[in-house]
Design a binder for this molecule. Sequence first.
Ligand SMILES: Cc1cc2nc3c(=O)[nH]c(=O)nc-3n(C[C@H](O)[C@H](O)[C@H](O)COP(=O)(O)OP(=O)(O)OC[C@H]3O[C@@H](n4cnc5c(N)ncnc54)[C@H](O)[C@@H]3O)c2cc1C
Length: 413
Amino acid sequence: MGRGFGEGGLIVPEGMTRQPVLIAGAGISGLTAAIALSRAGVPVILAERRAGFSEAGAGLQLSPNATRVLTTLGLAAGVGRYAMAPRRLDIRRWSDERAFAGMPMQEQPEADAAPFWSLKRGDLQTALVDAMRMMPGVRLMVGRAVCDVEQGGDGVVVTIENERGQRERLEASALVGADGLWSGVRAALGDRGEPRFLGYQAWRTLVPARDAEAFARDRSVALWLGRHGHAVHYPVDEGRFVNLVVIRKGQTAQQDWSGPGNPADLVDIASSAAAPLRKLIHAAPAWQVWSLFDRKPAAMALGHVALIGDAAHPVLPFLAQGASMAVEDAGLLARLIAPAWTSSEPGALQSALADFARQRMGRVAKVQDAARGNGRMYHAGFPLSAARDLALTQLGDAGMRKRYAWLYGWRMA
Ligand SMILES: Cc1cc2nc3c(=O)[nH]c(=O)nc-3n(C[C@H](O)[C@H](O)[C@H](O)COP(=O)(O)OP(=O)(O)OC[C@H]3O[C@@H](n4cnc5c(N)ncnc54)[C@H](O)[C@@H]3O)c2cc1C
């Protein structure tokens, strides 16, 4: 089929009468959705409130359920070049450096085995932006916030506003809210409940490898469990940095959700840590602190509007699944929208979005619950902590992998 230029340089398939899909937010979920939709032949307008793509440099993990989707989207090489593949997860008590439980991180070789990756957030974003820029069907509008949506019979009319307060109305066949925890699109769907602060703060840093102890440079993910918080670290960036996250319990919410952290505030929790962890905490050059909020999953679709990623279901970072869920959402949404977008059947798009919501709700709620459960289990006090440690030890490598098979084994239908 030939291709012609649509308004604003967007290449839309010739003869198509439907409007593009508009995505609000170019975070991990919005970028992945834009790439996936464009690959499936659906033109996209991607509106991002921020004027650029600067990203705090901490790390994240992508598990096989997400890397399998990235592979399907042709993104494995682009993202994989920035990623490391940790061999193991090792679990330790806060004040004892001996690992008492764990599991291998990489899947056994099989037809569609997918890797478990650790990488810098900024690198993931760079890889996704690079891939998105190669897609002919994506029109990127930065410095534009989606601020209003009206639903109509055939699609939506979306109002976007630039940094000078100038407004523009765009027609789209559907709106995808990928605008994060504080989603305005979610509010526009009538869900006005606020995210709930849970009393946790996440302190994130990148420790240069030359300043980190050898054990922290090991190609593994380390999880340290304590009564007042826990820590996770793993190497990123070809081993040049160790990504370290310290979660503290019993904190107050920061005014702006995220901001720089004062290392002096970590001295008390660090003092009770085993020596290697304490040294790693003290080696951190700077900290960025996030207050952690929880929120029930939204109704993920209404009419011509769908929600994905943190906008729909923020996941506490105790299962390392927020970004992976965003990738799952994006892949499945594109798979379901694509045939509906070309269909001449009335209501096909709304049905596809409703189907998307139906297929996702159970899974995202289960993942959110599992992350909450990890929070309770990680920070258990004695004697519960002793029972937890015994149970984890008894599980062994094979039992632990089996326990997470439902999570990492997910495949797009
Ligand atoms: C401490 C910590 C550790 C984590 N570790 C992991 C991990 O190891 N693995 C993992 O999978 N996940 C992890 N996560 C979670 C993960 O970072 C998020 O789930 C993920 O980034 C969500 O992506 P998103 O695209 O949905 O939202 P966001 O990344 O929040 O992106 C939303 C985008 O929308 C834009 N936007 C907002 N409003 C508008 C608007 N009105 N119009 C247009 N644009 C708008 C924003 O500027 C932003 O670019 C962690 C999170 C934390 C806090």
